[in-house]
Design a protein around this ligand. Structure first.
Ligand code: FNR
Length: 193
């Protein structure tokens, strides 16, 4: 069974990006029963420091890294903060980028979405996030950009967006993510690094 890791780039309680991630989780759970979904809570990563890393990372951080390391793909929905990913997301990606060249992100297909109350849906963050992920060795999933604008006005139920057009755009993002999964290898899914 393939596993899709999902990550919201916002730690705000009523976050619209967390609603995007909840909706994607709902879509996968309802329509792709052969897949497992795991959430990666970015707030649980401490501020990155090579001092912490060289002293030996805690079991909590290792567990988060292992979650991504065992996943077959990752989907991130992020706000733009002044056009860039929030520091808390960049911090998580820095942890996940280690050790460079052989990290949980190396070769991992990663799909990007964004959401904001503004009309552009935080689309300005996407090229920046793509650049960070590429520098980390991830494979950014190619698809039509999914930037959900006017997101504060969208109805939610159980934490998920109900708008059919939004759900259909997120359906397509999930489909593009699945299309980017590597073909199964004899020994199973991608191994942790
Ligand atoms: C923002 N916001 C924002 N929106 C946008 O579309 N482009 C941007 O560059 C920025 N920059 C920005 C900087 C900072 C410091 C804050 C706090 C906010 C607005 C942002 O999209 C809005 O707060 C979203 O609601 C954040 O997403 P969540 O937390 O709802 O997922």
């Amino acid at each position: 069974m393939a596993t899709i890791a999902v990550m919201s780039g916002s730690i705000r309680r009523e976050s619209v990006n967390s609603a995007v991630i909840a909706t994607i989780t709902d879509i996968i759970t309802r329509h792709h029963r052969d897949l497992a979904v795991v959430n990666v809570p970015i707030a649980q990563f401490p501020h990155f420091s090579e001092d912490i890393e060289s002293a030996g990372i805690g079991t909590d951080v290792q567990a988060l890294k292992d979650t991504v390391g065992h996943a077959d793909a990752l989907v991130i929905s992020s706000p733009a903060y002044n056009g860039f990913p929030p520091g808390v997301l960049k911090n998580a990606l820095d942890w996940l980028s280690r050790p460079g060249g052989n990290s949980p992100l190396t070769g991992l297909p990663v799909a990007i979405a964004s959401a904001s109350p503004g009309r552009a849906g935080g689309e300005n963050v996407q090229p920046r996030l793509r650049e960070v992920l590429t520098n980390c060795g991830a494979r950014v999933v190619e698809c039509d950009p999914v930037a959900i604008g006017g997101a504060f006005a969208l109805e939610r139920s159980g934490g998920c967006f109900t708008d059919p057009e939004v759900r259909s755009r997120l359906d397509r993002l999930v489909a593009a993510t699945l299309a980017a999964l590597p073909s199964p290898e004899p020994c199973g899914s991608r191994q942790p690094v």
